[in-house]
Design a protein around this ligand. Structure first.
Ligand SMILES: C[S@@+](CC[C@H](N)C(=O)[O-])C[C@H]1O[C@@H](n2cnc3c(N)ncnc32)[C@H](O)[C@@H]1O
Length: 314
């Protein structure tokens, strides 16, 4: 697989993919070859995905459909220590081929039960202080924001002049999409460096922990949004309570959250960037405890991982 990796290193995804297919035709259960091949498919242009996924499936076991190949792979590597990237890649491939529910199920295989210490705010803050300058260079960051904004559009249709709060605003990737609905647009972020980059796009910026800041907002907001950040929260309830306290009666809360299997409650990714995933049942129960009423729980995509776009009102 050194050949595939050296092609990838030079940015030649097609040659890397071909080298993987060659390796898979010799050994259909070559873990690394699958990992790289799926990475290539996951990063291919949309109109190429089905074709490449077909080639991958065929090199793996000739004549098999992609869905069958996926299942065999899951069976073979479900206990593999380094399975995170393989299964996230597979989940993304399912997303890109329009199989949203299946993508969510495949992502479950990246999860472990909750048995470690949570993220500390300080660690998240330091991480984003370091990546702030490069954050906007990654196309999948912008794609995540756009996917969330598409959902926002359906919930805010016909609305304007709102007092909007965006929790965990990062560098401000959502601001342009929220602006048409806003009378006042506030961004909150833990990281000074991210907030500094966001500043030009908001009417006001608050540097701090969104849970505490929201809790102190005293029913001032018409809408609260949070895209791609609740996965840092081991416990979602304080966030939901904080958002509830920040919203006027009838105000709207929308956020993205990764999904754990039914009965899984809160789980954490095994390997890769540590992220918390929650079952939809748990989110519903916590929201009810926080006094929120569900409006929607739509399929979405966050950082190439299937997620839900939740919408509640106070
Ligand atoms: C992946 S970025 C998403 C940024 C933005 N929402 C977007 O979609 O472009 C996650 C952001 O959440 C922020 N963040 C994470 N936990 C936070 C917390 N408890 N309070 C405020 N910001 C937080 C990080 O500093 C980072 O800027």
């Amino acid at each position: 697989m050194t050949i595939a990796l050296s092609h990838l290193g030079r940015g030649d995804v097609t040659m890397a993919f071909q080298a993987c297919l060659d390796a898979l035709s010799l050994d259909p259960f070559n873990f690394v070859a699958h990992k790289i091949a799926i990475f290539c498919v996951s990063n291919a242009k949309q109109d190429q995905v089905e074709f490449l996924a077909g080639l991958w499936s065929n090199a793996f076991l000739p004549g098999f459909a992609v869905e069958v190949s996926e299942e065999l792979l899951i069976e073979a590597f479900v206990e593999h220590q380094d399975r995170y990237e393989l299964f996230i890649g597979l989940a993304n491939m399912a997303l890109q081929t329009g199989r949203l529910a299946r993508a969510e199920e495949i992502a479950y295989y990246c999860l472990s039960p909750l048995d470690e210490a949570g993220w500390e705010g300080r660690v998240v803050e330091e991480k984003y202080d370091q990546v702030a300058n490069a954050y906007d260079n990654f196309p999948f960051h912008a794609a995540t924001a756009q996917n969330f904004l598409d959902a926002v559009k359906t919930r805010l249709a016909g609305k304007a002049n709102l007092n909007i709060v965006e929790a965990a605003c990062g560098t401000g990737g959502l601001a342009h999409g929220l602006r048409p609905y806003a009378r006042h647009l506030t961004g909150i972020d833990l990281s000074h460096a991210m907030a500094e980059r966001a500043k030009p796009h908001y009417d006001s910026i608050i540097v701090g922990d969104m849970v505490a800041v929201l809790a102190g907002m005293d029913r001032a907001a018409d809408a609260v949004f949070c895209c791609g950040a609740t996965y840092y929260l081991r416990d979602l309830l304080p966030f939901l309570r904080g958002a509830g306290a920040a919203l006027k009666p009838g105000g709207l809360l929308m956020f993205s959250d990764f999904v754990a299997p039914k009965g899984g409650d809160t789980m954490v990714t095994a390997g890769g960037t540590k992220r918390y995933f929650r079952s939809t049942d748990l989110v519903r129960a916590l929201a009810q405890e926080a006094g929120l009423v569900e409006i929607a729980c739509d399929y979405g995509v966050s950082y190439r991982i299937p997620c839900r776009h939740w919408c509640f009102r106070t």
